[in-house]
Design a protein around this ligand. Structure first.
Ligand SMILES: Cc1cc2nc3c(=O)[nH]c(=O)nc-3n(C[C@H](O)[C@H](O)[C@H](O)COP(=O)(O)O)c2cc1C
Length: 190
């Protein structure tokens, strides 16, 4: 038991709390920009990342429903906050709080792509979402995504919160995380 825990821990990449992990995609989700910290943590070179689909860093522990929610929001031109487990090229993982946003054309103001601004996820948020994602994934594998969506809806109803309120509560303590993410966005070179 102890050994298993140790191995699990070893595979986690310890993120620098102060460094954002940034990326921008086109409307299809193909990577068009990523900062150097993204490259360092993911283990992929800029050459490998640019033009690739963003699922290149998808971790198999992530339930599909979270990305479905995310895409539905982005298509409606709404932002969304999520806790995401990603996988690096060498198979290690890292948890990030991610703000997904629309990127508008500076002049025409039409949507021209999407941004993801990430930082290390708080430990308590990871502890809360790990069993939830595990359950959602299990439902997806055995029953399907409709059922996992239903489970998530009921889970939130029991919590008496919307998805956004729930995220606010677990990752965005007193708005501090959003301030950090928005602050980092200003430094975003795109
Ligand atoms: C701006 C942006 C950033 C994204 N960042 C991630 C990410 O960090 N990790 C991830 O697994 N998927 C990310 N995605 C979602 C992927 O495009 C994809 O939908 C997801 O990995 C699920 O892949 P699948 O449909 O092949 O299962 C991002 C999408 C966008 C538009």
């Amino acid at each position: 038991m102890y050994e298993q825990y140790y191995i699990e821990k070893e595979k986690e990449i310890k993120l620098d709390e102060m460094k954002p992990i940034l990326s921008r995609t086109d409307l299809k989700g193909n990577i068009r920009y990523c900062n150097t910290y993204f490259q360092e943590i993911s283990g992929y070179s800029e050459k490998e990342l640019l033009g690739s689909e963003h699922n290149i860093i998808r971790h198999p522990d992530m339930p599909k429903i979270i990305f479905k929610l995310m895409w539905e929001r982005l298509k409606k031109e709404q932002n969304i906050l999520a806790v995401v487990k990603n996988r690096s090229k060498d198979g290690r993982y890292y948890w990030v709080t991610t703000l997904f946003e629309i990127k508008h054309h500076p002049i025409h103001k039409t949507a021209e792509g999407y941004l993801a601004i990430r930082k290390a996820a708080p430990h308590n948020a990871v502890e809360v979402v790990t069993p939830l994602y595990k359950k959602l994934l299990e439902i997806e594998t055995t029953q399907g995504i409709k059922e996992s969506e239903q489970y998530l809806r009921e889970f939130l109803e029991k919590e008496k919160k919307t998805y956004d309120q729930y995220m606010e509560e677990i990752v965005n303590h007193e708005g501090v995380v959003m301030k950090f993410l928005h602050g980092m966005k200003k430094m975003f070179i795109y």
